[in-house]
Write a protein that binds this ligand. Structure first.
Ligand code: SAH
Length: 270
């Protein structure tokens, strides 16, 4: 149990996905998984709770640490415990944070994420991907594996493709439920995302997202059937790539496919 002399521990709130990590060695390991200090110094921790990761983060003199926490009780606890974080504790919902306004410089993100919003956190990361060179996070093991899994795997899905388009993903290690207070029902996994070299997709990005979503919504069908509603020209749809299923396609395959079927880009209009 993490408690500090004279400070009452935060009462875990289920609706905020609060599961406090009790294992110091694991906390230190998660923080050590950041590699960013070689190039950048700003690190934002999402959902610090009682600061089990924060404590190790602020030990590293190369980092400037900011934390973002939605829970008032945790914020009060953190303000009391980490006086050195004064002015760098951002209270509120990460999903509503204007990252580029608050952080003009690129920054890394770290956190034991609230599992109920981990996908939404990743969609937000994708929006600001050129600003976020690295993410190290813990989330539900199953989701962590899915995100990091390569094509051809049953767990490969929409978020795997979107994230792998812009990040190199590594599954680092598994964390058992008993090291949390309260214990979650599921195992957890820690992953690292590092921004890759891809500047743009070289195709209509919105259409790419649409094709990927549509393809996986009918993941057992061939792409020819799964993408029927996109009204593919008959001769295009006869091509061999449409015999495959979405889970067999790499990011490059999806780009190739999107370029084939995206609507013509015209110079008309604004
Ligand atoms: N890092 C701590 C707590 C992890 S639990 C530890 O490892 O012990 C997840 C934390 O995310 C909680 O403290 C919860 O209050 C916070 N949280 C939940 N939703 C959030 C949101 N939308 N924005 C910011 N923080 C959030």
């Amino acid at each position: 149990m993490i408690s500090f002399a004279g400070m009452r521990p935060v009462k875990a709130k289920k609706f905020l996905g609060q599961h406090f990590l009790k294992d110091e060695a694991i906390a230190a390991n998660i923080v050590d998984s950041l590699t960013i200090h070689r190039n950048y110094k700003t690190v934002l921790e999402i959902g610090p709770g009682m600061g089990v990761l924060t404590k190790y983060l602020i030990k590293n003199p190369l980092y400037t640490i900011y934390v973002n926490e939605i829970d008032k009780e945790s914020v009060a606890y953190l303000k009391d415990k980490f006086k050195e974080l004064s002015g760098r504790i951002i209270e509120g919902d990460f999903l509503r944070m204007d990252i580029k306004v608050l952080f003009p410089e690129p920054m890394a993100i770290i956190g034991n994420f609230p599992y109920n919003i981990s996908s939404q956190i990743f969609f937000k990361v994708l929006e600001d991907r050129d600003h976020i060179p690295e993410v190290v996070c813990m989330l539900q093991k199953e989701v962590a594996q899915r995100i990091a899994s390569p094509p051809g795997n049953k767990t490969y899905g929409i978020l795997s493709v979107f994230l792998q388009a812009f990040y190199d993903l590594e599954y680092l290690f598994t964390v058992e439920p008993h090291v949390f207070q309260p214990e979650p029902k599921v195992k957890s996994g820690v992953i690292r995302l590092k921004r890759n070299e891809r500047k743009s997709l070289n195709c209509d990005e919105k259409y790419f997202f649409k094709v990927v979503k549509q393809g996986f919504q009918n993941r057992r069908k061939t792409l020819r059937n799964a993408l029927k509603s996109l009204n593919l020209p008959a001769d295009t749809a006869r091509e061999a790539i449409f015999d495959k299923r979405a889970e067999q396609l790499s990011v490059e395959d999806f780009i190739f496919l999107t370029r084939k079927i995206q609507p013509e880009i015209t110079d008309h209009g604004v």
